[in-house]
Design a protein around this ligand. Sequence first.
Ligand code: 4AD
Ligand code: MG
Length: 462
Amino acid sequence: MKRIELKDLDKTYAQYDGKEITVCGWARTIRDSKNIAFINLNDGYFKGVQIVLERDKVANYDEVASQLVGSSFAVTGKLIVTPQAQQPYEINATKIEVLGKSDADYPLQKKHHTIEFLRTIPSIRARSNLFNAVFRIRSVAAFAIHKFFNERNFVYIHTPIITASDCEGAGEMFQVTTLDLDKLPKKDGKVDYGEDFFGKKVALTVSGQLNEEPLTHAFGKTYTFGPTFRAENSNTSRHAAEFWMMEPEMCFCDINELMDNEEEMVKYVISYVMKECSAEMEFLNKFVDTGLIERLKNIIENKFERLDYTDAIDILLKSGKKFEFKVEWGIDLQSEHERYLTEEVFKKPVFLKNYPKEIKAFYMRQNDDGKTVAAVDLLVPGIGELIGGSQREERLEKLLARMKECGLSEEDYQFYIDTRRYGTNVHSGYGLGFERMIMYLTGVSNIRDVEIFPRTVGGIQG
Ligand code: 4AD
Ligand code: MG
C-alpha cells in the first residue's frame, strides 16, 4: 500500500476515517503494557501520530513492542478519528514492519533535553521537537524570501564563493590556497602568490555584493542568497564564521525606497512563516519564548522607526545611562547601545542611518556634509543588527577618491567600477543576516542553534 505522509494527513485525515492506510516513520516513544502498546510515530512532520498496537491484531507484537526509541517502522492500519483526544486521529495497526532497529545508545531517550546537550549532537538534534521546528522554519523562511523577490521581478544571482576582493574592507577573510604551507614559495622575502592556484591571493567571500552589482546593472533588480564567511574573532551568540546572507540590490532606488523594501520584506517573511508554520510557532511560543507570537504580530502591525545616527548619539548621551563603552559621535555602536535604542527607547525595529564614513565600507554614498555616508542598519530588539545596507556611491570620481583613501587598487576592482562608467544611476542594496532572522523568528537566542552544523570561532563539528 502506498505510504501517506503525516503532513498531508493533517489536512485530509477525516476522509480516511475507518479506512486502512500506510505510514512510515521513527518512534519517538514506545510504551508496552503487555497486550496493548502505543508508538508515537514521527515522519519528519512536526506533529506525530499515535499508533495503537493490540497483541491479538498484529502477528509480530513482541518484536515491535520491544524495539527501542529511534527505530523506524512501516505501519498499516485503520485510521480512527478521535475528536475527544489531544491528537485528532490515531492508527490502529494491523501490520507493522520493523524497517531499521535503533541502538540502545540513541541520544534522544528522554522527552526533554537541554539546548546545550542537543548542541553536542548536531547530527541527531533535528529529530527533537525544538530543532525540527527551527530548521523547518529556516526552510520556510528561505522560501518566503525567494517568493517575495520573485513576486517583485528580482533576478536571483549566484555570486561566487571564492573572491579576490574584500567587500567590507575589514580584513576578516579566510584565505584559500593550494600552496604547501610547510614549503611556501618566496619572492623578495614574501610569499609568491603567483605560484598559487589562481596566480594571486584569494579568499572565501564575506559578501556577494561586489559581484552582484554588475548584474544589477543588467537586470535592474537582483538578489543573491548564499553562504558567506567571516574570520571574525567574535565569540558571541550572534556571530558565526559561516553564515547565510541574502543581499538584494536595486537600480534607480535611493535610501528611502531601500528602507521601504527592507521593512516590507521583513514583515512578509514573518507573516509567511507564522501562517505556514503555526504548529511550530505555537511550540516555540510555549517552550522557548512566551512573548514570541505577540512580539512578531506587533512587528507586522507597526511602522519601523527611522533615525539618524547623529540623533541616536544625542539620545544615548542624554539618556543618563552608564554604558560600558563611551558614547561619542564617530563610534561604531556597541550592542549595549543598539539594545538601549531598540528595547528601551523605541521598543521596535529601528533603521539607523547616515553613519560616519570612517566606520563604514568604501562603496557607500557620501553625503553632502562630507562626514557621513548614506548607510542604513536595521536594528531589532533582542538581536541588534539584522540588516546592513546603503545607497551606493554612484559617482565615479567620488568612488575612486574614496577607494584611494581606503588603499584599494583600482585595477582589482575594475569589474565593479565599470558600473559607474556605463550608465551609472542612483542604486541601493542591503544584506540580511539569515541566521539572525531565524533567531528573530524563533526566539532562539544563540546562533549555534539556528545553524544546522554551526561553524563558530574555535568550534566545528561534522
Ligand atoms: O553589515 P554587513 O557586514 O553588510 C555587508 O556585508 C554588505 N555587503 C551587505 C550589502 O549591502 N549587500 O553584513 C550584513 C548582515 C549583518 O547585518 C548581520 O545580520 C549579518 O550580515 N552578519 C552576520 N551574521 C552572523 N555572523 C556574522 N559573523 C555576521 N556578520 C554579519
Ligand atoms: Mg554591518
